[in-house]
Design a binder for this molecule. Structure first.
Ligand SMILES: Cc1cc2nc3c(=O)[nH]c(=O)nc-3n(C[C@H](O)[C@H](O)[C@H](O)COP(=O)(O)OP(=O)(O)OC[C@H]3O[C@@H](n4cnc5c(N)ncnc54)[C@H](O)[C@@H]3O)c2cc1C
Length: 370
């Protein structure tokens, strides 16, 4: 028996869900708002953990190809104090495969493979419980009915309101992201400072992190506590750069050069859903990934999103008879695991952007020891 299944969103959650169903020969409709895969810059690099994102790729039959594409050396991590003194310089062993990095664009293309995504199909809402199933309404006015609609449409999900009245709230920590291209040619000194992975500097209630992507591309993240409208009076990249340089004044010159060299500046305030976000099960609709459990970006969101997608797809393909019961059981498992990680990442954010920078180093040591 083949149910009519749609997944809304072609991010890590939606694509992994669709790819695993596809592997099992199970049809699925993928609905994505973006008009094309490369309509937006894909964002920075992701580390995929052995028991989470890598497990999901294994379930999709894509682990071997991930191992070719990914950068195990990208796990390297250097920590400096604000004067530029190296406090930690962790290098992975050559065979270390716990958390290799992959560019988001590469991961998206890997997952896309043979999938037939319907691009440019923004969903506005879903109405469960109609006579013919869950009714999906599109931005262009059309509508379509499915037996199951999976909301994998991220932080500002349009599917979530069918299940839960909860919306994301601001953590009080914001981030400004900038990029540097061709680092090893343009600024080999900064290339060496960043190394093969990341360099992080922690100050009082703020931090600067620079992370190498493939092809000499670097993403720089300035994170700090501020009201949401802290930049309301700033217009243009130079005003933001100058405001950041004032905010990080006194930090070592090579560290500030990461901001001086950055091209454009993108604001990414950290929003979250409550740590234990659950809902009363509704036949015909469920959520995956950030739509279900948005948490601070401390390296697990995409991992959880992918594993959930893979697990739900496997359960559906393995036991298609009682779709509703399969989804109900999946939701319980997802909530239990996600709330554990939501708590860990919420505590982690408090320590990484903390009045006491020693907290960030202690957290790093704790994670390394584990
Ligand atoms: C700076 C930063 C760094 C991060 N680093 C890491 C990391 O190293 N490791 C990690 O595991 N996680 C990381 N994360 C978290 C990770 O990016 C997210 O948890 C992950 O992308 C969630 O995947 P998702 O598929 O649930 O949602 P998304 O990635 O948000 O994908 C949602 C998709 O749905 C589409 N969509 C949205 N609305 C609609 C609509 N109405 N109709 C149709 N389509 C729609 C969107 O266009 C998008 O393609 C990081 C996050 C940030 C901000």
């Amino acid at each position: 028996m083949r149910h009519r299944i749609a997944v809304v969103g072609a991010g890590p959650a939606g694509l992994t869900f669709a790819r695993v169903l596809h592997r099992h020969g199970y049809p699925v409709t993928v609905l994505e708002r973006d008009p094309a895969p490369d309509a937006r810059p894909p964002g920075g690099t992701l580390d995929l953990h052995e028991g989470l994102g890598q497990l999901a790729l294994d379930k999709a039959g894509l682990l071997a190809r991930f191992q070719v594409l990914s950068r195990p050396e990208g796990q390297a991590m250097r920590i400096l104090d604000t004067a530029g003194t190296v406090l930690r310089d962790w290098q992975p062993r050559p065979d270390e495969r716990a958390n290799p990095e992959i560019d988001r664009g590469q991961l998206r293309d890997l997952l896309l493979g043979p999938l037939d995504v319907q691009w440019g199909r923004g969903v506005t809402r879903v109405a469960p419980g109609t006579r013919d199933g869950a009714l999906v309404q599109f931005a262009d006015g059309r509508q379509e009915t499915f037996d199951l609609v999976v909301g994998a449409d991220g932080a500002w999900s349009r599917i979530r309101p069918a299940l839960s009245p909860v919306t994301p709230y601001y953590t009080g920590v914001t981030s400004v992201e900038t990029s540097i291209d061709d680092i090893d040619t343009r600024r080999p000194d900064l290339g060496r400072l960043i190394g093969d992975g990341s360099v992080a500097v922690y100050g009082v209630n703020r931090s600067l992190v620079a992370q190498r992507n493939s092809g000499g591309h670097v993403k720089v993240y300035a994170k700090f506590r501020a009201p949401l409208d802290w930049h309301a009076d700033l217009t243009g990249a130079e005003a933001i750069r100058s405001s950041l340089l004032t905010m990080f004044e006194g930090w070592a010159d090579p560290v500030l050069d990461l901001l001086r060299q950055g091209s454009a500046f993108v604001h990414r305030p950290f929003y979250v859903l409550p740590v234990s976000h659950t809902w009363t099960h509704v036949r015909g609709v469920t959520l995956l990934g950030d739509a279900a459990h948005l948490m601070p970006p401390l390296g697990v969101g995409a991992n959880l999103a992918m594993l959930e997608g893979a697990e739900l797809a496997e359960s559906i393909a393995g036991d298609p008879a009682d779709l509703d019961e399969t989804v109900r059981v999946f939701e319980e498992q997802m909530w239990a695991r996600a709330s554990k990680w939501a708590k860990i990442t919420a505590d982690g954010l408090e320590r990484l952007v903390s009045p006491d920078p020693a907290e960030a180093i202690a957290l790093f040591d704790q994670v390394q020891a584990a």
